[in-house]
Design a protein around this ligand. Structure first.
Ligand SMILES: [Fe+2]
Length: 329
C-alpha cells in the first residue's frame, strides 16, 4: 500500500526541432486534435480524452523527452510523492500552477533509473470529441495509453515502481539464468496491461509513447493516410500483433525520430494480484505474435531524456544485462 494514488499515464512532453513538421505529422496525418498552440509548443489531445491535452510538442534544439506525466488523485498525493523523493534523495522540483496551460501544480522527479517523471492532479477539462465524427481523421487517436522506457537495471526499477509507487506487473520477460532476472516488465495502475513498460537497454532513454486507437481498422487506415501524406518512411514496424499484451500495434517515428506506437485491443485486468504472464526472452512471438522480427532500429534507437534540474540531456550507461535475443540480427 502507498499513501498516494497514481491514476494513470496522462501526458508525454516530446522535444521537436520543427513545430510545423510535427503539426503536419501528428495532426494532419494521425488525427490528433490541436488544442492549444504557442510560439514554442503545441498541445495535442485524443478524441476520447477530456483532460485538456495528452501530448506536448515543445520546440527545442534537439529531439528527446522532457518528461512523462502521471495523473494522481489529489494534491495530498503530490505532497506524499515529494516526501518519497526526499526520503530517497531523488532529484525533484515543483512546477507552479499555470506554468503549463490549464494545469495545476506539478511535481517532477527522476526515478532511480533516471527517467524524468511528472505527477499532477488538476488539469482543465475540454470538449469531448468522441462523437464529433466530423473531426475524426487519420488514425483517429483516442487517448494516451502508456510509456515504454529503456533502463540499465530493470530489476531495480521494477522493484521501485511496484514497491514504492504501487504499480502492478501484468507481464514480464525473464532471462534464462537461474534464478531468472527480469529483462522487461509491463506495469499498470489503470485496468489494462500497462501504464509504463521498462526494458533492459542503454538508459535512461524513452523508447516510445503508446496512443490508443479504437480498433485495428484505424491502424490500417493510419498506414494508408501516412503513406498518402508522404510519411511512409516514418512507419518503422508493423502493423502487427504483440504476443505480450495481445495488442495490435504500429510503430512510427515522428519527423524528429521520436517514436510513438498506435496501440489497440489489449485486455481488461480485474484483479491486481493476478500473477504476471511470463515470456521466454528467445521467443519472437512475445514481440510479434506472427513471428516477424522487429527492425534493428527498434532495438537500438531510443530518445534521450532531460535532467529535470539542469535541462541538459541525462548521460546514458550500458545495460546491466547483455543477453540479446537470438533472433536479433
Ligand atoms: Fe508500447
Amino acid at each position: 500500500m502507498t499513501d498516494f494514488n497514481i491514476l494513470r499515464s496522462a501526458i508525454a512532453e516530446f522535444l521537436v526541432t520543427d513545430l510545423d513538421a510535427a503539426r503536419e505529422f501528428y495532426c494532419s496525418a494521425l488525427g490528433f486534435l490541436l488544442i492549444e498552440e504557442t510560439g514554442s509548443a503545441l498541445y495535442l489531445g485524443g478524441l476520447e480524452e477530456r483532460d485538456k491535452y495528452s501530448l506536448i510538442l515543445r520546440k527545442a534544439e534537439a529531439p528527446g523527452l522532457a518528461a512523462i506525466s502521471f495523473k494522481v488523485e489529489s494534491e495530498r498525493d503530490l505532497e506524499a510523492l515529494a516526501r518519497l523523493a526526499d526520503n530517497e534523495n531523488l532529484p525533484c522540483r515543483w512546477i507552479d500552477t499555470g506554468a503549463q496551460p490549464g494545469k495545476g501544480k506539478a511535481l517532477r522527479l527522476h526515478d532511480p533509473g533516471g527517467i524524468p517523471l511528472e505527477f499532477f492532479c488538476q488539469i482543465e477539462q475540454r470538449d469531448w470529441y468522441l462523437q464529433k465524427f466530423r473531426h475524426h481523421r487519420g488514425a483517429r487517436i483516442m487517448r494516451i495509453d502508456h510509456f515504454n522506457c529503456m533502463v540499465r537495471d530493470v530489476a531495480q526499477s521494477h522493484e521501485w515502481y511496484t514497491g514504492k509507487l504501487g504499480f502492478h506487473c501484468s507481464e514480464l520477460t525473464d532471462t534464462k539464468e537461474n534464478p531468472p532476472r527480469p529483462w522487461a516488465v509491463w506495469l499498470h495502475r489503470k485496468q489494462n496491461v500497462h501504464d509504463i513498460a521498462l526494458m533492459n537497454g542503454i538508459g535512461p532513454r524513452l523508447h516510445h509513447v503508446g496512443f490508443w486507437a479504437s480498433d485495428r481498422v484505424s491502424i490500417l487506415d493510419a498506414c494508408d493516410v501516412l503513406a498518402a501524406c508522404g510519411f511512409a518512411k516514418n512507419i518503422e514496424r508493423g502493423p502487427g500483433r504483440h504476443g505480450i499484451s495481445n495488442a495490435f500495434f504500429l510503430y512510427l517515428r515522428d519527423p524528429d525520430g521520436n517514436r510513438i506506437e498506435i496501440y489497440t485491443g489489449d485486455y481488461l485486468i480485474t484483479e491486481w494480484n493476478r500473477p504476471p504472464v511470463r515470456w521466454d526472452i528467445d521467443n519472437p512471438m512475445r514481440q510479434t505474435f506472427w513471428g516477424h522480427t522487429p527492425p534493428k532500429s527498434w532495438f537500438d534507437e531510443a530518445a534521450l531524456v532531460k535532467n529535470i534540474l539542469t535541462d541538459e540531456f541525462m548521460p546514458t550507461g550500458e545495460a546491466l544485462l547483455t543477453h540479446r535475443p537470438s533472433y536479433v540480427i
